[in-house]
Design a protein around this ligand. Structure first.
Ligand code: ATP
Ligand code: MG
Length: 431
């Protein structure tokens, strides 16, 4: 196929076998969110570029180099494919004044776009499930969000995901720490790599995030943000931790956990697994009390997290997650003009009764149609030839169990099918 007809690198097709797995996953996720009182919200995939620059921060990986931005050729507006969901969600909350009657718990899902180097677990179009609680000062909501993640891992049967926790304090505390950090790294400027040098004065906190082995020593020796936290920040952090202890959720405090986005404060957390290689963070989040005000809204506290769907699904499959197939009930084989009009009626009648029916289209011999019926995975074939049509009957043939083909009247079909599917399920468990 010519190059131009291939999908863009790092943007994946999700083919039916896999897409069904996604749907099953999404159903679990939906009922999990419902059970915590979260309501869905859907935002556009495209937002004005300045939203992300202001919300995420100009000197972050995302804004500096990962955004798909373009100029709307019709009106010259600067637009960006959303790289994450929090900015758009908060924009929507402000625009529609959703906090007028109190806190809101919201969630969304869908594709996000980042121009990164594609590799396993890292794509240019990837999917997130985002969860945001707005208007709550915590630390109870922080702890509840962490506990909800734990429940989802349990619901999905996921193991070996550990919780890393840190507090980023408040802006003033971070500023003091920042000065100390810059002083520390300036002392060791000769050991900084190009990335760190570039960030030294723009975003020194991110140097702590560095994975460069050559820099580990000076990073380890750097002043710790936690030592700069004031009374209130420490209390909030202690509050989160004591709730986690009560809930029996193990965690590790990771002083180097700083998160890639500027808008976080106080609690930040990541759920990490070693089972996925380098791309081991499956979920990340924290508090972002300053964001709404930063975007020009009436200040309101907030916290949230986002899960990487591709990474979670990879983990789920690696740990034995399987598709519970809900197959077709009936493949409807039909041949002849009289048979065709009856076949349509029979198929619709079965669907009225709640059965999943695939009607054979496109003609062909009985033999080739029966092959399709076998391959479809349906439990039964319903066969209508002109013979059956003339008698107002159909032939019912089990495809996945022993048993005779049986001729019955059209009126009896739905009941007979129900009984036989029921009997089959009794014997074999669900279909
Ligand atoms: P990373 O450090 O892996 O780049 P991040 O800090 O940029 O992650 P967030 O912006 O916090 O990631 O996004 C939340 C989650 O979304 C991540 O923990 C991860 O599971 C997932 N994610 C982020 N970027 C990608 C990507 N390019 N491809 C697939 N999943 C991603
Ligand atoms: Mg990233």
């Amino acid at each position: 196929m010519s190059q131009t007809l291939q999908a863009i690198r790092g943007m994946n097709d999700i083919l039916p076998d896999e897409a069904e797995l996604w749907e099953q996953f999404e159903e679990t996720v939906r009922s999990w969110l419902h059970s915590y009182g979260y309501r869905p919200i859907r935002m556009p995939l495209v937002e004005p570029t300045p939203l992300f620059a202001r919300a995420i921060g100009a000197v972050t990986d995302i804004v500096e180099k990962e955004m798909y931005s373009f100029t709307d050729s019709l009106n010259g507006e600067q637009l960006t494919l959303r790289p994450e969901g929090t900015a758009g969600c908060v924009r929507a909350v402000m625009q529609h004044n959703l906090l007028y009657d109190g806190p809101k718990r919201l969630w969304y899902q869908g594709p996000m776009f980042r121009h990164e180097r594609p590799q396993k677990g890292r794509y240019r179009q990837f999917h997130q499930i985002g969860v945001e609680a707005l208007g709550l000062v915590g630390p109870d909501i922080d702890a509840e969000q962490i506990a909800m993640c734990q429940r989802l891992w349990d619901d999905l049967g996921l193991q070996d995901i550990r919780l890393e926790l840190n507090s980023l304090g408040q802006v003033e505390e971070r500023q003091q720490h920042r000065s100390a950090l810059i002083a520390h790294f300036e002392k060791h400027a000769d050991q900084l790599d190009a990335d760190a040098q570039r960030r030294l004065h723009s975003n020194p906190l991110r140097i702590l995030d560095s994975k460069n082995p050559a820099m580990q020593e000076i990073v380890e020796a750097a002043p710790r943000l936690i030592d700069y936290l004031g009374e209130q920040s420490l209390q909030h952090f202690a509050g989160v931790q004591s709730l986690l202890k009560e809930l029996n959720i193990p965690y590790r405090i990771n002083p180097r956990l700083v998160r890639g986005l500027d808008y976080y404060n106080l609690t930040v957390f990541e759920w990490v697994t070693d089972s996925l290689g380098a791309q081991g963070t499956v979920c990340a989040g924290g508090r972002y009390d300053g964001l709404i005000a930063q975007l020009g809204g009436k200040p309101a506290p907030a916290c949230g997290f986002a899960m990487g769907v591709e990474r979670l699904l990879a983990l789920w499959q690696a740990q034995g997650g399987q598709l519970e197939t809900v197959g077709l009930d009936v493949y409807l084989v039909q041949q002849g003009a009289a048979a065709q009009s009856l076949a349509f009626r029979v198929a619709e009648g079965l669907r009225d009764n709640g059965y999943a029916v695939q009607l054979h289209c496109g003609g062909g011999s009985f033999k080739s149609q029966m092959k399709r019926a076998d391959a479809s995975g349906a439990s039964f074939a319903v066969i209508i030839g002109d013979d059956e049509a003339a008698a107002g009957e159909v032939s019912l043939k089990p495809l996945r169990s022993a048993g005779e083909q049986q001729r019955i009247s059209v009126d009896e079909l739905a009941d007979e099918l129900g009984e036989r599917l029921f009997a089959w399920e009794e014997e074999n468990g669900s279909l």
